[in-house]
Design a protein around this ligand. Sequence first.
Ligand code: GDP
Length: 434
Amino acid sequence: MSTNIAVLGTQWGDEGKGKIVDLLTPHFPIVARYQGGHNAGHTVYVDGRKFVLHLIPSGILHDGVRCVIGNGVVVDAQALFREVDELQDLGVEVDGRLVVSDKAHLILPYHRELDVLSEARRGERKIGTTSRGIGPAYEDKIGRRGIRICDLLGDREALAAEVRENVSARNRIIRETTLDWREVLDQLVRDGDRLRAWVGDVSVILAEAFRQGQRVLFEGAQGTLLDIDHGTYPFVTSSNSTVGGVCTGLGVPPRAIHGTLGVAKAYTTRVGEGPMPTELHGPEGEQLRESGQEYGASTGRPRRCGWYDAVVVRYAVRINGVDALALTKLDVLDGLSTIDVCTAYEVGGRVLTEFPSDLRVLATARPRYETLPGWSRPTRGVTSFDALPREAQEYIRRLEAITGVPVALVSTGSDRGDTIIRPESALSTWLRAH
Ligand code: GDP
């Protein structure tokens, strides 16, 4: 891996990307988010203090690191202001270190209502969104009626016309309440005034950074299986969380991405609806949930838990060109007598090794398991591969073999220090050099 790397999720999100990004950030002067909204929730512990960041890259917790929010992100200005205020209360300076793309679309006051309404309409078929207006903001973007940050800073008449049209469309959909477009406009103008100091042309800023030889970490939110194109559609997020999103969401060329680190949990979780072949419904699932504290960082919703699914991670490796994996939460498996790993699916008597496109096929897929021995000595806080119990080492080696990609980093606890970086990995060589 040479200069810029992308760190992204290889499962259904919540893989622990926050900790990995946080760990790598000292090696990068710039961290850039390329998609998603404030539905992402990175939980990071620094010296025992808990930070939950939704929109701003966790790089902000490191002195001097510049953080970029790309055009592929949808921005709820109020949510951004809250985050900035909280960081400033904790003594973290944001001004001068945060850049928000002038091309990013805004989440408008009524997008949240539209989100709730759309979920209610779907009834049983609901997606399980976080109801923060992110989907409707992306719908408006694709529908070519969205409002971008540069619109707030430009011609006031043009903005007023856009807002009037959008609000009247919203009022036709939500008939119970009527919004006054003038109030929305006033709010947007105020938001624009506060945003102004952070707004910039991200593509220009990054191109300049590349010219100066500054390294950039591209930070993905959610995971591959939640990608709008490659995920388990329709139970997905509304953006491209896979590596292609880096180019479109920041305005950088493919050659600016020199390596991809995929983050995978040592087991599988997902929030929201939709099939999950390795889900465990009984006490085993409950145990993973409790020991992994698998509750959403943004919503507190319990996550569905199950065994590691190599079909899923192999798929993510292919889609993203993952060079190496960061395997997280190994310690959560401590104390289990045996651990299953899904190597393929069985569908109607056929063996499937590639992840199916059709959700109905996925819904009937039965995991084909390989059972590996567990370990009794705790791995929590272990910092070298050799110090892991033999069975845990075997487990990791087996995951590498079935997934077809090396595990460069293993996380054994939520703290920065609870980390193994394999000395023989390309990542380790790279980190020593930079
Ligand atoms: P993200 O969105 O991918 O960053 O994932 P989340 O932040 O939602 O979830 C990760 C959670 O797992 C956070 O609470 C982390 O502190 C915690 N975590 C990360 N790595 C480890 C680990 O190796 N072991 C344990 N026990 N917890 C971890």
